[in-house]
Structure formats: C-alpha cells, structure tokens
Design a protein around this ligand. Structure first.
Ligand SMILES: Nc1ncnc2c1ncn2[C@@H]1O[C@H](COP(=O)(O)OP(=O)(O)OP(=O)(O)O)[C@@H](O)[C@H]1O
Length: 461
C-alpha cells in the first residue's frame, strides 16, 4: 500500500557489491533516488565522505567534505539529486555494501517524504490556529523500518525548523538512554548521522547539541513481561510529554513522533491502543504489513481523539533495504551503548568514577515480571526491595529521581536520573563496586535493578 495520489518510481535495479578486501578507498557515484546500503561489523569502521552533490542519512543531510565514521551498524545513505561518496576503511575492516537503484516495490522513500510534507502542512495549520500539531504513532512488524521512519521524519522536521517531541515506546531499544527505558526528548537540532539518535547525555562535549531525554525505567525486554507496569509507565510518559508540548509553542505545533516496539504474532495491540489513547495519537502509520494495517483501520480509523480530532490510519510500504538484525548483533549494539554511556566513544573519551559501597548504604530495588497477572498486584508489586547479590554483577542499575525515604510507589513512578554499572559484588564483605558517569553519592538515591539490558560480559578489566 502507498499513500493515495503518489507516483511510483520506475522499476529497474542495479546492485554492485563492494568488499573491503578489494579496495580500501573507493568512489561511489549515486544517481538521483539511489541508496548506498552498508553493514559494518563491530570493531570495524567505514568512513564515508560526501564529495559532491547532496546526500542524507535518515533525514539528516551529510555535510560536504566531512568524513563520517560508521561502526556496528546496518544502514544506508540516500540521495534525492545524486551525489558522489568517497568510501574508505582501514585494512581488514569487515563491512558489506552495495548501491541500490529503487524499483517500484523497493523504495517507499517518495511516499515517506510526501508524508513529511503533509505532516508539515498540519504543523503549519496548528501554528495558525494555536492547536496541537500531529501526534504520529509508527507501528509495524519487527524489522519493518519503524525507527528509521521516525528518525527520517524527525530529521526532515528539524531541517524546516520544527521541534518535534520524539517518544520511544520500545523497551528493547533505548533512545538517548539505555535499553529498557521508555523515553521522550525534543529534537530541535540535527541528529549525528553516525549514531542512532545522537549521543547520550553522559557522553561529554559534542559538536551537535545533546538532547536531554525524560526516561522511565521498565527494565524488562518485552511489554508482556509486566503489561500493567508497562502501560503505567507509558501513561506517565504521556502526561510528561503532553505537558512539555503545552509549555512550548514551537514544540506544541510540531507535535509528536512516537516509535513503538513491533507488533508480534500474538498481536500486541493492547498497548498500541493504550499509546493511541494516552498520547492522543491522531495519525497511525503502519509500515510493512497490510494485515496490521487493516487491523488498525478496524480499531482506530474514524475514531475521535480526546481532543476531538478524527484518527487517520495510513499504510506505508516497507523499504526493501531494511535488514534484520539478529539477536547476537543487537546484543552487541546494547553492549556498545552501555560502554559508550560510561567510557564515551572514539570521538570523546569519558572517565567514569568507581565507588565502593556497603550493602547497608544502598537502597536497592528490583523490577518484577508479572506476565499474566491481570489484577492490581502486578502493578503495585512491580518493584520490591532487593538485597545486593552476585546476580547483579555486570548489570546496569537505574538511579531514580527519588529519595531513599520514598515509598515503593513513588520510586516505581519516578523518572531516571542516570545509570550505574555493577563492576563487582563481594557478598562476604557485603560490598559493591560500581561505576558511575559522575561522582555523585549513590547512597542518596534508590537504585533499580531489572533484567534488561542483560548483564554484560564485563565492562572493566
Ligand atoms: N533502506 C535501507 N537500506 C539499508 N538498511 C536499512 C534501510 N532502512 C532501514 N535499514 C536498517 O534496517 C535495520 C532495521 O530498521 P529499523 O530499526 O528502522 O526497523 P524497526 O522496525 O524499527 O526494527 P525493530 O522491530 O527492531 O524496532 C536498521 O539497522 C536500519 O538502519
């Protein structure tokens, strides 16, 4: 399905494969609408420089003659008007790349950019009338390109001076925060093309302004692990996001872009309905699945939001370039995110602080799974006091914006201040060695331990 009224691109495809073993520096010319798709392994780097023409990655324009270093990623660079890229890598770098000329069923990019123009029209109307801009939810099966679409719409919106509030409702991946969190942030400036969402707030000085997210800690891999807790956190994020929207006219007219986790075989429509209601979503974009699209049409099309607008459901094609990222690759991505949070990246090195803490000096809590409980208990007992133990070794803990004297309910509903990493647990001496990005007194804040992200092999030593 594509948006009505949009043309298709001529159906021909040319693909060439480039391998690092063949040439360390190559020049790649892209015709208008072509994409340069590439996968770079962990530990390898691919440098891409725009030599002439214009190109973008997920809606953010590449600056000319500026080398961009990509690592541990599967992505693409596209061009609307044609360009030449210079590609280089150090010997032995592991990557795979090819150019793709769009075919009729292979590129939905034109419908994506037309969608952006329609959204911007709605934002312009909202500006004139003082109304709220569009609240857009992107859903679809796993690996359909949902996050890429949200990033593109964000990139294009900021390029025309909009400041959308971007919401991550996918607990498996983090946005400007570690995985396991649900977060929201205003994007008023460009996203660093070499990263997923730009650097996390702990990553030190950055040429691109760092966006400060509001994050809630869920600490589990799937909404099904504790559906009531998941929904409750979404509600809190919705309240905070809506108030952020109303306090700033520029953000209000720009509206929201919400990335959801994939709908799975079992459906997962329950929390989608919750997001639609809580964030007053008035546009549901369904990527890459007619089945999900028609289910969404049935559920939401024509219904009214709490603001009295009619909900529109739009089906969009999935890009043929979207790649599956297997569990091993995603685990490495999570580990890299945690490592970067504490130690920085190749661009900025950070030195985390190490602290020894007595078990007794810590307020430690853990999140509980409650997959089937439909009663209040699953939520009221979503977190409980926990004794530090060896099980916590190599785990990240969320530092909550609450005090150690607060009740379980207050701590559970608080947002995240930051994260610490448990480097060592000495059960005999009842001591814990933790790594923190800043030198703060950890005994003053409740620490929350979840099962997601999973423990790392080891961050230190
Ligand atoms: N046209 C394309 N060419 C090459 N790679 C692409 C293209 N579009 C998206 N990708 C890559 O495919 C992968 C999956 O895309 P994305 O993360 O947007 O999907 P998703 O539906 O959000 O996935 P998930 O279900 O895990 O949340 C990403 O690594 C993304 O960069």
């Amino acid at each position: 399905m594509s948006i009505p009224g949009l043309g298709q691109i001529a159906p021909t495809a040319v693909q060439t494969t480039t391998s690092a073993a063949v040439s360390p520096t190559t020049t790649q010319s892209l015709e208008p609408f072509w994409e340069y798709r590439f996968e770079v392994a962990h530990g390898s780097t691919l440098n891409i420089k725009l030599v002439s023409g214009t190109a973008e990655k997920d809606g953010t324009e590449l600056a000319p003659s500026t080398p961009y270093a990509f690592t541990a990623t599967k992505t693409r660079i596209n061009t609307w008007h044609g360009c030449t890229l210079e590609i280089s890598s150090e010997p032995g770098a592991v990557y795979d790349a090819y150019t793709s000329e769009p075919t009729a069923d292979e590129t939905p990019m034109v419908s994506y950019v037309n969608l952006h123009f329609k959204l911007d029209g709605l934002r312009a109307t909202a500006e004139r009338t003082g109304q709220m801009g569009p609240r857009v939810l992107v859903i679809g099966p796993p690996n359909s390109g949902k996050t890429s679409l949200v990033r593109m719409l964000t990139g294009w919106a900021t390029r025309v001076g909009r400041q959308p509030l971007v919401v991550n409702a996918d607990c498996r991946e983090g946005m400007l925060a570690l995985p396991g969190t649900l977060s929201a942030a205003v994007f008023a400036t460009i996203i660093d093309p070499t990263s997923e969402w730009g650097s996390t707030p702990s990553s030190g000085p950055s040429p691109v302004p760092v966006k400060l997210p509001l994050a809630y800690y869920y600490g589990m891999a799937s909404p099904d692990d504790n559906p009531r807790f998941f929904k409750r956190l979404l509600s809190r994020l919705a309240v905070a996001s809506t108030s952020r929207l109303t306090e700033d006219p520029g953000v209000k007219t720009s509206g929201m872009l919400i990335d959801s986790g994939g709908v799975n075989a079992k459906g997962g429509y329950d929390h989608i309905a919750h997001i639609v209601a809580e964030f007053s979503v008035n546009i549901v974009l369904v990527v890459g699945s007619e089945r999900v699209g028609s289910e969404m049409q049935k559920r939401f099309a024509g219904q009214q939001t709490s603001l009295g607008e009619t909900i529109t459901v739009v089906g969009l094609d999935k890009s043929g370039g979207v790649v599956e990222r297997d569990a091993g690759f995603m685990q490495q991505v999570r580990e890299a995110a945690i490592r970067e949070y504490f130690f920085g990246s190749s661009k900025t090195t950070l030195s985390p602080f190490t602290q020894q803490m007595d078990f007794a000096a810590l307020s430690m809590w853990k999140v509980n799974q409650a997959p089937t409980a439909s009663d209040e208990d699953s939520y009221s007992e979503a977190i409980e006091k926990a004794e530090p133990s060896l099980m916590m070794q190599n785990c990240t803990l969320a530092v909550m914006y609450a005090t150690v004297h607060d009740t379980a309910e207050t701590i559970r509903d608080s947002n995240v201040m930051g994260f610490v990493y448990v480097a060592e647990v000495d059960e005999k001496r009842r001591k814990l060695k933790v790594l923190a990005p800043v030198s703060a007194r950890l005994g003053d804040r409740p620490l929350l331990w979840g099962s997601w992200p999973e423990p790392m092999v080891s961050l230190v030593g």
